[in-house]
Design a binder for this molecule. Structure first.
Ligand SMILES: CC(C)(COP(=O)(O)OP(=O)(O)OC[C@H]1O[C@@H](n2cnc3c(N)ncnc32)[C@H](O)[C@@H]1OP(=O)(O)O)[C@@H](O)C(=O)NCCC(=O)NCCS
Length: 407
């Protein structure tokens, strides 16, 4: 008989080992690891399944705020460390843990949950929809040219001691205007983003950080690793593995890309999680050499439909009645959304819906992604052509959502 429950403090060491095991790795108990875990995870949210003494499944949650279209941010349960050991799979353990997690998120006042999925087919049944895309971008720097950055911008390395003064301030400005960005606490910066142990490097260098300055003001930063490689004929074949590029100024962006694509011995630049609306695609002189793969990134699960529909803003006015199904958690219903001057009011109604869709479909649209019409054509969202085009016009945003934070 498997016992599924929230863990106690003394169970953290076994829990951490079970997470590594569940993802197919070996647990390395590095110094300070348990303290890091306790600081990053709200303790009351970690769930385990016990078969006798042995932990056979894990589940956890981070506390984030998720930026919505218009810039307001709502609390989001960051669903993570989801594992069920191979001996106990397909027995409903994930389903039970997910229900406990989402019910707890509602109790903790989080109107949304969000996750990065190891496989896209796992989480739709629980009401999660893919809410943001990213481009995995590879640039062979030899055959392309990018414009020079502005003369008044210089790119300089940021020393480790200065990182915390430079990076979060830029990130916060971008977060406030980018749907899909997540809040970063001081602990998150220190223990996650700026934490750079050997095991995270996968054979590449330690993290390098540069910032683009106008006078003394940093307007953007890039973090990256260098993966050194030589061809048998002694031609250099290294890769710059971009971790993040964040900027508040287009000149800073241009200067950072010019820098990254001009590092001697590193003729390839790769960013596995970049924005889909990167102006570089327009600026490059020979875009045929760029390789892009579209990826699903952040999945979100709406736990309080009116609250979330009222928290975001809209680029167009109108009204619709949405019939939202939620077989897993019963948080659905029929809701009238009225938008005036970009602000929405959302109330339950007994009117017939114009559109019927699942919570997961609403999750796929809520951050502004252009997904309504393809989902309607695929038969996943129902309604007249006119209603679907209204839904698309109301929910879609000119700036696509982007989630730079992997968790
Ligand atoms: C993904 C994982 C957690 C699923 O756990 P589980 O306890 O087997 O899931 P459940 O038994 O509750 O499955 C619920 C439903 O989801 C389906 N499902 C679960 N995992 C699936 C997968 N990887 N692919 C397709 N369907 C899946 C099940 O078939 C089941 O469907 P049914 O209700 O129609 O029978 C487990 O396979 C695992 O630990 N995988 C390796 C680690 C991993 O990928 N974790 C996810 C990190 S984001």
């Amino acid at each position: 008989m498997v016992d599924i429950r929230f863990i106690t403090d003394d169970e953290i060491p076994a829990f951490r080992a079970a997470i590594s095991f569940g993802f197919g790795g070996d647990h390395v108990d590095e110094e300070g690891g348990e303290e890091r875990f306790k600081e990053l995870f709200p303790q009351e949210t970690s769930i385990a399944a016990f078969d006798g003494e042995r932990i056979v499944a894990t589940f956890g949650s981070f506390d984030f705020d998720l930026t919505l279209p218009g810039g307001s941010a709502v609390p989001m349960a960051g669903t993570t460390i989801v594992t069920v050991h191979p001996t106990h799979r397909r027995q409903g353990i994930l389903t039970t843990m997910m229900r406990m997690h989402l019910e707890q998120a509602i109790d903790r006042g989080q109107p949304m949950a969000g996750l990065w999925s190891s496989e896209p087919q796992i989480y739709g049944r629980f009401g999660f929809g893919p809410a943001a895309d990213a481009h995995d971008l590879t640039i062979p720097t030899g055959p392309i040219t990018l414009p020079e950055g502005p003369d008044d911008i210089t790119v300089r390395f940021v020393e480790d001691d200065d990182l915390i003064d430079v990076l979060p301030a830029i990130y916060e400005q971008v977060r406030a205007e980018t749907p899909g960005f997540l809040s970063r606490s001081e602990s998150w910066w220190r223990l996650q983003r700026l934490y750079d142990p050997e095991r995270r490097r996968e054979g590449a260098s330690s993290r390098r950080t540069v910032a683009a300055y106008r006078d003394k003001t940093p307007l953007g930063y890039a973090t990256y690793r260098q993966k050194d490689k030589w061809q048998p004929d002694w031609l250099p074949a290294g890769t710059i593995e971009v971790m993040e590029i964040v900027h508040v100024d287009e000149g800073a962006r241009r200067a950072l890309w010019k820098y990254l694509t001009n590092i001697d011995l590193f003729p390839t630049v790769h960013w596995w999680n970049g924005p889909t609306d990167n102006p570089l695609y327009v600026e490059v002189d020979n875009g045929r050499h760029l390789k892009t793969i579209n990826r699903d990134t952040l999945y979100v699960r709406i736990l309080d439909v009116p609250k979330v529909l009222e928290a975001r803003t809209y680029e167009s006015d109108g009204s619709l009645v949405l019939g939202v199904t939620d077989d897993f958690l019963g948080q659905g219903g029929t809701f009238r959304l009225d938008i005036t001057d970009g602000a929405g009011t959302c109330t339950e109604t007994t009117d017939d819906p114009d559109i019927t869709l699942d919570t997961a479909d609403l999750g796929a649209l809520i951050l502004g992604r252009a997904a309504a019409i393809p989902r309607w054509r695929a038969g996943q969202i129902n309604g007249s052509s006119e209603s679907i085009h209204t839904l698309d016009r109301l929910l879609r945003t000119a700036k696509p959502p982007f989630c730079i934070e992997v968790f």
